[in-house]
Design a protein around this ligand. Structure first.
Ligand code: ZN
Length: 457
């Protein structure tokens, strides 16, 4: 169980919406921040901690894929790509039962908290039993994701996925996709069950996710949108060049153009990847207010390509980051990989810093916090009155952070620390991570190990 709710927390410094403040005291009630004082000494009963930053949202995860990490890195007979990786993923997913899915998700969510994420957007497309038949409760696996969130303490935005086809033009789904597919009525039943499961969670949010333009037709996307009930809408789009070619062959339009043609894309939407865009598409996405959901580690692992980040920001585009395949779960490394990809492509430094003199780490962090919170419909972003106390402290004695203050703390964490920089993590005022270790790490790690031994036997 998490440690009991403290009534106040004191930090040597904290990143507040208006910038860094020193000697900050937060008063908490029912998991919310109810007062913030700066330049004050700790009171007698206050817990005392080092530098504090807001917990980051992880806007895109497929939790079960955590179990595949390091198991698809051997070269195949032909040219390996996203598509050969996907075949390996389909073979793996066939072996997982509901208990396995919950145990794997618990490991992934625990690691997210340990790295500084306090909310996850779970893009949940595994719905049915291994033979493809629906469970008695169509939301059985959605409930298992909610249970893993409750077990670890991470806040959940659950995004049940509508998946119906193998390719553009409504192609029938393949055998490897049998656990994912629903018609519109079947998906409505999944949504109803998922809402019941998430209702039990503190600050739980439900949205929807048409999987992609490959897996959902325009008519189906139109039919399922009301099921979001005003919540967030996420979709994979333009991740791979083959998807662009297939979309052009199907309708003469590129994927992001096509999406804007068929759907009312606005700030409720999050376009996952949006890697391969023309300049006009980049401008249109930026102007829509929708968030680009970038997954730099996974995009590198799968050889997807690079998001046009500089052009997007020049047009006021918003982004957040996600751990997607969970091949490596690390908030700082997602931001580092995002910036380094741009540096390598453009042969330049500090590409995503907003202006001369701005810290790259700070601007990456601020953008991922705001974009992630918007995309996941989080109650609020940042350490502010009324927001849930979702807080990460850094270890000021870590060699990459020692003698840093202000924005260079973020630069030291993101660019200089190879791990171990996160100290404590609170979610809704409860502390789940101390000295970088989740309080239930041993039990969750053992549960995951049992699954792996069984599944790989
Ligand atoms: Zn994904």
């Amino acid at each position: 169980m998490p440690s009991s709710l403290p009534r106040s927390l004191w930090f040597a410094r904290a990143l507040l919406p208006g910038g860094w403040a020193g000697r900050v005291r937060l008063r908490l009630a029912a998991g919310r921040i109810c007062a913030i004082e700066a330049n004050v000494d700790p009171a007698g009963q206050d817990e005392r901690h080092g530098p504090a930053v807001p917990g980051l949202p992880n806007l895109h995860s497929h939790a079960f894929q955590r179990a595949m990490a390091g198991r698809a890195e051997a070269r195949g007979p032909g040219a390996d790509s996203f598509w050969t990786w996907r075949e390996a993923m389909y073979r793996f997913v066939d072996r997982l039962d509901a208990d396995d899915v919950e145990a794997i998700a618990a490991l992934a969510f625990m690691e997210m908290l340990e790295s500084g994420f306090t909310r996850v957007g779970e893009f949940h497309y595994l719905h049915h039993a291994p033979d493809g038949t629906a469970y008695g409760d169509p939301g059985e696996l959605a409930a298992r994701i909610a249970a893993a969130a409750a077990d670890t303490g991470i806040a959940l935005t659950l995004l049940p996925v509508f998946y119906a086809h193998a390719g553009f033009g409504g192609l029938p789904p393949g055998h490897g996709q049998r656990r994912f597919v629903n018609d519109v009525d079947g998906f409505a039943a999944v949504m109803a069950s998922a809402r019941r499961a998430v209702a039990a969670l503190e600050d739980g949010v439900v949205g929807i996710a048409p999987h992609s333009l490959r897996a959902a037709t325009g008519a189906e996307i139109g039919a399922i949108l009301p099921l979001a009930q005003g919540g967030p809408v996420h979709i994979h789009v333009a991740e791979q060049t083959k998807e662009v070619e297939d979309c052009l062959a199907f309708c003469g339009r590129r994927p992001v153009e096509r999406l804007f043609d068929i759907a009312p894309v606005d700030r409720r939407w999050c376009l996952i990847h949006a890697t391969h865009m023309s300049e006009a598409e980049t401008r249109r996405l930026a102007g829509s207010g929708a968030v680009a959901g970038l997954c730099p580690i996974t995009e590198a692992n799968l050889g997807d390509g690079l998001f046009p980040a500089r052009d997007s920001l020049a047009h006021g585009g918003r982004f957040g980051v996600g751990t997607d395949s969970n091949v490596l779960v690390d908030a700082a490394e997602e931001l580092r990989t995002l910036e380094y990809g741009q540096r390598l492509a453009l042969r330049a430094r500090n590409v995503l810093a907003g202006a001369a003199g701005r810290s790259t780490g700070r601007d990456l962090f601020d953008a991922a916090l705001a974009g992630g919170a918007q995309a996941l419909a989080a109650p609020a972003a940042g350490i502010r009155v009324g927001a849930p106390a979702d807080i990460v402290t850094l270890d000021a004695a870590h060699p990459s952070l020692v003698a840093h203050a202000g924005d260079t703390l973020l630069d030291g964490w993101i660019f200089g620390a190879r791990g171990g920089a996160v100290d404590g993590v609170w979610r809704a005022g409860r502390k789940y991570v101390t000295n970088g270790v989740h309080h239930e790490r041993e039990r969750i790690r053992r549960g995951f190990a049992r699954v792996m031994e069984k599944v790989l036997a």
